[in-house]
Design a protein around this ligand. Structure first.
Ligand code: SF4
Ligand code: SF4
Length: 308
């Protein structure tokens, strides 16, 4: 049954699928998470402190949950934007992954449900669940020094999703240490804001991705101002992904075959002057269905240095 279900789910475009037994997160990993929170590694993302009992035990997300299916969807583009136009994190070149993956998974889950029954809950950044932990537990990859999950053959430019189910599937118990990360130090060295820690965690208060996507309002903390004053910080329109782009594990991986993640013309052509001239109407039109909508027009203008 497990193999058949994974086979059906593969039709969603996932490049890796694995199964873990639904259970509480291991003590050591949970302690490390609490430690990161206590060091304020999550900066202003207060929601990461919420729902800790669910985050610790995802069985609370679905009654009678037995298994967690972890899936990876690649987003590496065929080409990156020209740097002089300003940086946009490449995961945001296409349509919003939350919507795209949910639609794809819902369709394939209908087939699974028809054949095997069961209840399901899809999580795509939509529930308090430790997605990288479950990806490793399900055997689809390992966490590299840049904190991202490395999937064999697909690198670490992947979105993760989970399906919690009441079906008692066979967990992947043959997980071996693949040692996929080269520990080459490129991600740490190329991070313009010194936001990556040697233990594979991110200091969000310095991370350009957090500061230009998640953070609301003006930057006031000294580490945020210093990060935004670096050359890379000054060149950002939306997000940063240098720690992924510079990772050698992504050099030879294929670009995504998922149509929804293919670059949108309006986003590929946008430059900082274009952002400066944007009105709300243009913003809504250009970023319809795009993850960039998340930071609103005021966020984009702040990112390019306009007063807000
Ligand atoms: S850049 Fe090197 S050290 Fe960093 S995640 Fe990639 S392989 Fe690992
Ligand atoms: S996203 Fe950018 S700023 Fe954040 S850790 Fe990676 S390279 Fe550093």
């Amino acid at each position: 049954m497990t193999g058949k279900i994974c086979g059906i789910l593969r039709q969603s475009g996932a490049v890796a699928i694995g199964v873990a037994k639904a259970a509480p997160v291991e003590e050591e990993v949970w302690r490390a998470y609490l430690d990161w929170l206590s060091r304020k590694g999550h900066a202003g993302m207060a929601y990461m402190e919420n729902h800790s009992s669910i985050r610790r035990d995802p069985r609370l997300l679905l009654e009678d949950a037995k298994s967690i299916i972890s899936l990876a969807f690649p987003f590496k583009p065929a080409a990156f934007r020209e740097p002089e136009k300003g940086m946009i994190a490449c995961y945001a070149y296409g349509l919003d992954y939350h919507d795209a993956i949910r639609i794809r998974l819902s369709k394939t889950l209908e087939k699974v449900k028809e054949e095997f029954g069961g209840e399901y809950r899809i999580c795509i950044d939509s529930a308090p669940i430790m997605e990288r932990y479950w990806a490793v537990k399900a055997g689809i990859g390992e966490i590299g020094d840049n904190g991202a999950v490395i999937v064999p053959g697909a690198g670490n430019m992947v979105f993760l999703a989970e399906i919690i189910t009441t079906l008692d599937l066979n967990p992947n118990v043959n997980i071996t240490n693949l040692d996929l990360c080269l520990h080459c130090g490129k991600c740490l060295n190329e991070c313009p804001a010194n936001a990556l820690r040697r233990d594979g965690t991110v200091d969000s208060a310095r991370c350009l991705s957090y500061l230009t996507i998640e953070h609301r309002g003006a930057w006031s903390e000294s580490e945020a101002i210093a990060a935004m004053n670096t050359d890379a910080g000054k060149n950002i329109i939306f997000g940063c992904d240098l720690c992924l782009r510079e990772c050698p594990l992504n050099y030879d991986t294929p670009h995504t075959a998922i149509q929804e993640f293919h670059p949108l013309k309006g986003i590929m052509e946008l430059n900082k002057e274009g952002v400066a001239g944007l009105e709300q109407e243009d913003f809504s039109r250009i970023f319809k269905g795009s993850p960039i909508k998340r930071c609103k027009l005021s966020g984009l203008k702040r990112n390019i240095g306009e007063n807000i």
